[in-house]
Design a protein around this ligand. Structure first.
Ligand SMILES: Cc1cc2nc3c(=O)[nH]c(=O)nc-3n(C[C@H](O)[C@H](O)[C@H](O)COP(=O)(O)OP(=O)(O)OC[C@H]3O[C@@H](n4cnc5c(N)ncnc54)[C@H](O)[C@@H]3O)c2cc1C
Length: 292
């Protein structure tokens, strides 16, 4: 399969990239790692007239930590996320998501921005990013806007991004002392596999042996976009962690989703697996919160 014809642009910096995005007026797409876009172009699913390569723009390739915040450039590679000591220390669930994406070859090319913008319901990074309350910065030549990640997705492959906008960075707040998170993925195989179900959870404790506050339970691959399991979060909120509490929160997460049946798994199986993974993720996040 050959690529269709297109005009290739290699801007030297973000400002140049934004000008080109504006000039091509919706007839161009940013090219980052190309692991999704080029595959879709070869299959004839996407046919942009212009590709604007953003992966060489240094400003988009940095991880910057300061004053309790962490900014991740949109073109930071998934492999870099998985290896980053700061990400592994403060955002372990994101590092887990990055480690489980594709293969070493794919992780060396794929970027965090590309993984978000593809808006696949089964994508590996959005659930943990949503669990940490991530926001993303979108820019065009006129300015920028900051969007909460869970508001970014509209449906499979659909987002609120305007055609001339580039995602420039992902913004996270460093979690407080007694907090923990976990990411769990179930696929048919251990590697190079799209999720049948994935789950990310986050919790804070108001003291080492205290109650749960600000819980977040995010489910992927069970709805058109990654979703928050609100009734599960409600069950956890303000309660002291226990096996029974985690079981009922996991049960609620399973009722919060309406997965489809496809060649990978049935609706019933997905719901059952949401329950299993949510419970395991809660136990893991709780251990991290208690620093065990
Ligand atoms: C063999 C294989 C295995 C895979 N396994 C997995 C997996 O296990 N889990 C998973 O989640 N994904 C998987 N993928 C999908 C893909 O690798 C990821 O989604 C990857 O993160 C996409 O990033 P990219 O940089 O390659 O994006 P690209 O392919 O460059 O771009 C994807 C889309 O995002 C847009 N885009 C990219 N960057 C920006 C930006 N900064 N601003 C605005 N728009 C942007 C592009 O225009 C395009 O529409 C796999 C792909 C392959 C080929």
């Amino acid at each position: 399969m050959l690529l269709p014809r297109f005009c290739y642009h290699e801007p030297e910096n973000l400002e140049q990239a934004l000008v080109i995005m504006n000039e091509v007026k919706g007839k161009g797409l940013p090219l980052a790692g190309g692991t999704d876009l080029l595959v879709n172009m070869k299959k004839g699913i996407m046919c942009p007239e212009n590709l604007i390569c953003v992966s060489g723009i240094q400003k988009l390739r940095q991880i910057h930590a300061a004053k309790g915040k962490m900014n991740i450039g949109a073109c930071v590679r998934v492999g870099e996320l998985a290896k980053s000591i700061e990400i592994r220390t403060f955002f372990s669930a994101l590092a887990e998501g990055a480690m489980s994406l594709g293969s070493p070859l794919i992780r060396n090319m794929a970027t965090i921005g590309g993984n978000i913008v593809t808006a696949r319901p089964a994508a590996d990074l959005p659930p943990s990013l949503m669990a940490y309350g991530a926001r993303i910065m979108l820019r065009n030549i006129y300015g920028e806007r900051l969007v909460v990640l869970e508001d970014f997705f509209k449906g499979p492959g659909e987002t609120i991004r305007n055609s001339e906008e580039i995602v420039t960075e992902i913004l996270l707040n460093k979690p407080p002392e007694y907090s923990g998170a976990a990411y769990m993925k179930l696929g048919v195989r251990q590697a190079l596999e799209i999720s049948i179900v994935n789950v990310a959870v986050y919790m804070e404790l108001n003291a080492k042996d205290g109650a749960i506050c600000k819980p977040r339970v995010i489910l992927g691959s069970v709805a058109p976009t990654p979703i928050r399991a609100f009734s599960s979060e409600q069950i956890l909120s303000g309660e002291k962690p226990s096996k029974a509490l985690f079981e009922s929160a996991a049960e609620a997460a399973s009722s919060d989703c309406k997965p489809i049946t496809d060649f990978r798994a049935s609706e019933e199986y997905r719901k059952d697996m949401v329950k299993v993974l949510t419970k395991r993720a809660l136990v893991k996040a709780y251990r991290e919160a208690r620093k065990e």
